[in-house]
Design a protein around this ligand. Structure first.
Ligand code: S3P
Length: 433
């Protein structure tokens, strides 16, 4: 069992290139596999989650070359995948299972999907139900709500689907199935979720149309391979943005960070809390914006957030809770019940573990309330197998008095495999053992 040991840190300085975006890395393998031609991917994130996606597509007959410099996917066209002899293992990755379900729904063969303990607890009906409506035959425990899932793909028909939850995984699963149905498949969502699938499909020359709250894709069009330059993951940058804001002497430059507006909620909220964040060198590649972010430590104040902002920072709520714990006054996070069905129940796990460190925090039915500026003290705490909980606890440990130990820390490799080296290089007292 790996553990992270974190000591009180006074100074964080320097610059670092943020590792590749997890959502975009997954999608680049998936779309590259069903495109015609060679997709060359730069700055791919070689994390556990993305490597599971890569392995699934290799099992589906795709040749994928992987070197530290680039990934080359030898796409075989919309109907070029072949049946896997064995179960497709998605590991811990909700993105893999929900998006690949859409692609497999369009295939004229059978597939079985499984993942780890956490994946087998996460709700799948949100995507299997619309895919069944499109004509896929999908079975799984409790009416196809829990993995393992068996998918018998085939002739699909286009649908217009109104999803009750703003979720890029649901939206993307349906749009990817829509690639196999004649006509336009449309998804309507209550608030904008991340739009990486739509942007990348456009780059692969698939007709995509969108408006306020809806997006649709035209099916049965061959995707054309295109080069992909993956921006740094703002969700990984968020740990360092908060770290530099809360240590006594923080000054970091985070380079090559994705700034897609459907992901930048964390920057807006940290700014509202009084953080000192500046963005420079903004550029765009294949519709994805990215730039360099500088951040310096500043006193923070509490904030109230909810509504449409939540999908734009859903993965950053655990680390936002660390900022809130260091801020003056109360922070309230509402409309975030989705946190209960992430890699762990993040409302429960944040409350349980942050309380051990001395944070004044209570669980709300759809979020969290944190009364900031209680003194934090180092303690032994648990990741619950959830990468974002482990990473958030590590950042909290930088400002806690004494040593913080995070057990079960191998899960950081799900999204940020080099975390401890990166943080150490910038001055963080952290050891992985
Ligand atoms: C993701 C979408 C989000 C996010 C997850 C990655 C994606 O999930 O929490 O980490 O890559 O599409 P939901 O779509 O369930 O909100």
């Amino acid at each position: 069992m790996a553990r992270l040991t974190v000591g009180t840190t006074q100074v964080l300085t320097g610059e670092t290139i943020i590792p590749g975006d997890k959502s975009i890395s997954h999608r680049s393998i998936m779309l590259g596999s069903i495109a015609r031609g060679k997709t060359v991917i730069k700055h791919f994130l070689p994390s556990d989650d993305c490597l599971h996606t890569m392995q699934c597509f290799r099992q589906l007959g795709i040749t994928i070359e992987y070197t530290p410099e680039q990934v080359v996917v030898h796409g075989r066209g919309l109907l070029g995948l072949t049946e896997s002899e064995n179960v497709l293992d998605v590991g811990n990755s909700g993105t893999t299972i929900r998006l690949i379900s859409g692609i497999l729904s369009g295939q004229p063969f059978s597939s079985i999907l499984n993942g780890d303990e956490s994946i087998r607890r996460r709700p799948m009906q949100r995507v299997t139900k619309p895919l069944q409506q499109m004509g896929a035959r999908i079975t799984g425990r409790q009416a196809a709500n829990f993995a393992p899932l068996a998918i018998y793909g085939g002739d699909l028909q286009a649908i217009t689907y109104e999803t009750p939850v703003a979720s890029a995984q649901i939206k993307s699963g349906i749009l990817l199935a829509g690639l196999y149905a004649p006509g336009w498949t449309e998804v309507r969502e209550p608030a904008q979720s991340r739009n990486h699938t739509e942007l990348m499909l456009t780059g692969f020359q698939v007709p995509v149309e969108q408006g306020n709250g809806w997006v649709r894709v035209k099916g049965q069009q061959e995707l054309q391979a295109c080069p992909i330059n993956v921006p740094g993951d703002i969700s990984s940058a968020a740990f360092l943005l908060v770290a530099a804001s809360i240590v006594p002497d923080g000054q970091l430059l985070l380079k090559n960070v994705g700034l897609n507006p459907s992901r930048t909620g964390i920057i807006e909220v940290l700014n509202a809390m009084g953080a000192r964040i500046q963005i420079e060198n903004i550029r765009t590649s294949a519709g994805e914006q990215f730039g360099d972010i500088s951040v310096e430590s500043r006193p923070l104040q509490g904030v109230s957030i909810g509504g449409d902002l939540i999908p734009r920072l859903i993965d950053e709520i655990p680390i936002l809770a660390v900022a809130a714990a260091c801020a003056r006054g109360v922070t309230e996070i509402r409309d975030a019940a989705e946190l209960k069905v992430k890699e762990s129940n993040r409302i429960a796990t944040v409350v349980a573990e942050f309380s051990k460190l001395g944070v004044d925090i209570v669980e709300l039915p759809d979020g969290l309330r944190i009364n900031g500026q209680n003194a934090l003290h180092g303690v032994v705490c648990e990741s619950h197998g959830d990468h974002r909980i482990a990473l958030s606890l590590a950042i909290a440990g930088l400002v806690a008095k004494g040593e913080t130990v995070i057990n079960d820390a191998e899960c950081v490799a799900v999204s940020f495999p080099d975390f401890h080296q990166v943080l150490r290089k910038l001055g963080g007292e952290v050891v992985l053992s």
